[in-house]
Design a protein around this ligand. Structure first.
Ligand code: GLN
Length: 456
């Protein structure tokens, strides 16, 4: 814990930790020492971790990187962070992210951008750590903490993991409680660990997961010992390679790493099967209807009365002006854009054309996955992002769709509620990490992590 706190103090250029909690860390570290001495050490006893700012942490600023929540110190602790504390882990502080987890580069944050500790060879251009869990990925990659929490609504654990050479798993929807996690799109949001290795991810997921009566979508399904399932033996397993993910213009370095990962699994004794997920091309547009729709509804609560920021009012301003000014000042432009899209697709005249159609597409995407798993596929291997980490500011802020296209491989499994794990597989010609994702059957994260273990 002391080593991490020292490293964090020297890490300002990364802008990963946005609130430090050294007092809490030292208190928990001392408690962990005592538990170890008494011979009663739980699974994460004394492990220093960072917490994404989207998790409510009691008495500690929790803003989801938004000015609208400035100064918000929850009176309660999220279930996942409570579970992590109960498992003996040590919270070092809160981590940068895109505002309300909307973004793929950590460039939309009230704290400013987070920076990737990696650089292209011979080139000092600062790169994005990915998003929205960019601070988490940067902190783990730069050894500021041993592990971090992320959340994944449409790729926000897996893409930052791929951009920083770290591991991250988005569990089955319902595996981890969403209680106390500031909502973006409730039917898609899932908490998950971001770590340095598959084994760490297995241990941390076990600590985070579990049924929670406070979240009605939390599943009452036992949490197995994920770590014990890591044998590395995947002989005879069937790995699906989905042909629809070989999109037009797929950069050669991504195709090459995908081939390399396929060969590694084959060498480990798996059987490689060409599969089809025919509705894949509709996933991105469906996601960018469903997610903003749910966001516009979730974010209605930030009204200047209940939380954080309230605008200064002029003479004669009433409650409507208070709402308008508070929301105009408090939300960044990307969040405002999503709220507007969401309100539009849910409005009376457009609901059937957009939201209802997206819901139907979502069902088809889910069925695609069910079909291949019913045919005996154990896991699906696919790219995570169409590129390695890109430069900060490189994807034009004036063109949000260019940023959304980054999520083309990741949003599918959120729409289907499936687990997906990101594993670093190699480096590109410029020395940047490239990762791949494995997609698994619902509730079979242990088996999925074992496939990832064989790929690591
Ligand atoms: N990049 C996607 C978005 O902006 C996914 C974000 C996430 O998973 N939280 O919506």
């Amino acid at each position: 814990t002391m080593a991490c706190l020292t490293a964090i103090d020297a890490s300002d250029p990364l802008n990963a930790f946005v609130h430090k909690t050294p007092d809490i860390a030292l208190e928990r570290a001392r408690a962990a020492d005592a538990r170890i001495q008494s011979g009663d050490a739980p699974s994460m006893c004394g492990i220093p971790v960072g917490i994404k700012d989207v998790y409510c942490t009691k008495g500690v600023l929790s803003q989801a990187a938004s000015n609208v929540l400035s100064g918000f110190r929850p009176e309660y602790e999220s279930t996942v962070t409570q579970n992590l504390a109960d498992a003996g882990s040590v919270m070092l502080g809160k981590l940068n992210m895109d505002e309300f987890a909307m973004g793929s580069s950590n460039e939309h944050s009230c704290y400013g951008r987070a920076v990737n500790p990696w650089r292209r060879e011979g080139d000092e251009t600062p790169l994005t750590p990915g998003g929205s869990s960019g601070g988490s990925a940067a902190a783990v990659a730069a050894d500021l903490c041993l592990a971090a929490t992320g959340t994944d609504t449409g790729g926000s654990i897996r893409q930052p993991a791929a951009f920083t050479g770290t591991v991250g798993i988005k569990p089955t929807y319902g595996r981890c409680s969403r209680w106390g996690v500031i909502a973006y799109a409730s039917s898609l949001d899932q908490a998950g660990p971001m770590t340095k290795s598959v084994r760490d991810a297995a241990i941390m997921l076990g600590a985070m997961a579990g049924h929670d009566p406070k979240d009605s979508t939390s599943a009452d399904i036992p949490v197995p010992d994920f770590e014990a399932m890591l044998t590395g033996d995947i002989r005879g397993k069937k790995i699906g390679i989905p042909r629809e993910y070989r999109i037009e213009g797929l950069p050669s370095e991504i195709a090459a790493i995908w081939d390399q990962g396929t060969a590694m699994l084959k060498d480990a004794g798996a059987q490689i099967v060409d599969i089809s997920l025919p509705h894949t091309k509709y996933a991105l547009p469906a996601y960018y209807v469903v997610a903003p729709a749910e966001a516009s509804s979730n974010l209605a609560r930030y009204d200047g009365v209940r939380y954080g920021h309230r605008a200064k009012l002029g003479q004669g301003d009433g409650i409507t002006e208070m709402y308008e000014k508070t929301r105009a000042e408090g939300f960044g432009y990307e969040v405002q854009r999503r709220v507007m899209i969401g309100t539009y697709v849910l409005s009376a005249g457009f609901y059937d054309a957009y939201y209802n159609r997206a819901r139907k597409v979502r069902a088809l995407i889910k069925r695609d996955f069910e079909n291949v798993f019913a045919e005996g596929i154990d896991a699906i291997l696919a790219p995570i992002s169409p590129s390695a980490a890109f430069g900060l500011g490189e994807v034009a802020e004036s063109d949000p769709v260019a940023m959304y296209l980054n999520d083309v491989f990741t949003v599918t499994l959120n729409l289907a509620g499936l687990p997906g794990v990101a594993v670093p597989v190699g480096l590109n010609a410029q020395g940047l990490p490239l990762g791949l994702q494995l997609i698994g059957r619902p509730w079979e994260e242990g088996d999925l992590l074992n496939h990832a273990y064989a790929l690591e």
